[in-house]
Design a binder for this molecule. Structure first.
Ligand code: CO
Length: 213
């Protein structure tokens, strides 16, 4: 069998093994899973294959509603992200929204450079804005890796702020409890770092971003 075929078949075989393992532990596992979901968390993470939400948090299918894109961005014209956000908040009533970035993020590193990457430039532009707004802090960090790490953190903080600026989150705050959190997954240790990004009320926002009742 060719390598190409092998790498593909590996996943289907992996699925068979997983189903068997789950059923061995609990014969009713899929009966229960198919009943529905009521996750407490919405995870907005990077598409990077090294940051799987369930695995790094030791959680299970059914516990985390997920949206992933390059560099865990909350872009206010992104209808995909907004649809996930609206469903998670208004229908699933998640209690926590976690924006999780990670050190060694290729999207963040690319945004720090001047190379022309075509279409993706427009996505990375949102990170270039974060660089621009934090120019003096970042320029004071001489070590390139440390500067990139700090940008990963600043980018997460900005995306949490972007969530707070949506009417979806602001409406939810008026009706029920919802907390926003900013995390960084440290890919070098496996540990999650909680950033000081806790938004749980509209008062934390600049007035220009607050929607009237
Ligand atoms: Co990334």
């Amino acid at each position: 069998m060719s390598n190409l075929r092998n790498s593909y078949e590996k996943l289907l075989k992996g699925n068979q093994n997983w189903v068997e393992k789950k059923l061995k532990l609990n014969p009713k596992y899929f009966d229960e899973l198919s009943k529905g979901q009521s996750p407490d968390y919405l995870w907005i993470g990077c598409s990077d294959s090294r940051v799987p939400d369930n695995e790094v948090t030791g959680s299970n299918p059914g516990e985390i509603f997920v949206h992933r894109n390059i560099a865990n961005m909350v872009v206010h014209t992104d209808i995909n992200m907004l649809s996930v956000l609206q469903y998670a908040v208004e229908v699933l009533h998640v209690k926590h929204i976690i924006v999780c970035g990670h050190y060694g993020c290729g999207g963040v590193v690319a945004a720090m450079q001047r190379s022309d990457n075509g279409l993706v430039n427009n996505w990375l532009r949102n990170i270039k804005d974060v660089i621009y707004w934090n120019k003096s802090e970042l320029e004071n960090i001489s070590d390139v890796q440390q500067r990139a790490d700090r940008l990963v953190e600043l980018n997460v903080l900005q995306q949490v702020k972007n969530l707070a600026k949506t009417s979806i989150v602001q409406q939810a705050w008026k009706k029920h409890e919802l907390e926003l959190h900013g995390w960084v997954f440290d890919i070098r240790s496996g540990k999650i770092i909680e950033l000081d990004a806790k938004f749980d009320e509209i008062e934390d926002l600049d007035p220009i971003f607050k929607y009237a009742d």
